[in-house]
Design a binder for this molecule. Structure first.
Ligand code: MF3
Ligand code: CO
Ligand code: CO
Length: 274
């Protein structure tokens, strides 16, 4: 276990889970807030007829206006400012010229780098009126993320987080995706530890004050299995059932957890009303 000062946080994986101090918390607070403001801004823009490319451009311009860069741009060959995952797309949907239609649901995932710190967050948006089962999926996914976050404190484990999410979701007869997980972050976009969204109480890594990571469960109405399309990114449900996701970036505090990506407007899940 190493304590990492904000100024000298390594820019590569070290094989150890980093523990950060007050200056790093301040950095993550700023980056997280900007990502959340960006997602707030999108609430007024996402409606039937809007393309996911247009959403991507709005995020790029928002970042630019605030002197920041989206972390996904040129990340491992990815060329967009966001991931936009529509309906049965689980994650890593690539923005395109295809317009969103009434009844669609879309996850927009934004990571902005502020002073070197990564604020990573995603939310679901409903396009006009959506089917009741889509609404239920979104509600369960949001609640699952929040239940996972609620158990975070020093001494709890990553298995406790996974268990809180999995037990709730499966009781609603929905499923938790296994192929993608949350991740440590800070000056790195993706770092140790992996935050798996299924698990058993007491298993996994013991959480310590000063750890930073995301909680970002992907929940399916059908089976949990996914496949990645030939573009190398887009992950879809194998059974083509609807999928939803929310994501917060958090830090473990002495007493519990701080969520860095809370909405300044108080938005949680759709419908977003200012
Ligand atoms: N923002 C995603 C996450 O939550 C990662 C996207 S990587 C990309 O970890 F290359 F697909 F954009
Ligand atoms: Co993430
Ligand atoms: Co993300």
């Amino acid at each position: 276990m190493t304590y990492v000062d904000a100024a000298v946080a390594p820019l590569r994986k070290t094989g150890q889970i980093k523990v950060y101090g007050p200056a790093a918390f301040a950095g993550m607070r700023k980056a997280g807030r900007l990502a959340a403001e960006c997602l707030d801004m999108l609430a007024d823009e996402i409606r039937p007829g809007v393309t996911t490319d247009r959403i991507d451009r709005l995020v790029y311009e928002f970042g630019n206006d605030h002197g920041t860069a989206p972390a996904t741009l040129m990340y491992r060959g990815y060329r967009k400012a966001t991931c936009t995952s529509v309906n049965h797309v689980v994650c890593h949907g690539i923005p395109s010229e295809k317009p969103l239609r009434e009844g669609d649901i879309v996850n927009v995932d934004v990571t902005l780098i502020v002073d070197g710190w990564h604020g990573d967050s995603s939310r679901m948006y409903a396009i006009g009126e959506i089917p009741r089962r889509a609404e239920r999926l979104i509600d369960v996914t949001y609640e699952a993320m929040m239940r996972g976050i609620a158990v975070i404190k020093p001494g709890a484990t990553t298995g406790d987080i996974g268990h809180a999410i999995q037990s709730f979701v499966e009781a609603q007869h929905m499923s938790v995706v296994r192929d993608f997980c949350g991740h440590g972050l800070g000056r790195l976009f993706h770092d140790e530890p992996n935050i798996v969204h299924v698990g058993r109480p007491g298993e996994g890594i013991v959480l310590k004050s000063g750890m930073f990571f995301t909680v970002e469960p992907m929940i399916n109405l059908g089976r949990p299995h996914v496949k990645v399309l030939s573009d190398g990114w887009t992950a879809v449900t194998r059974d083509r059932s609807l999928s939803a996701q929310f994501e917060h970036s958090v830090g473990v505090t002495e007493t519990g957890v701080e969520v860095f990506t809370l909405s300044p407007k108080g938005y949680t899940k759709p419908p977003y009303k200012g």
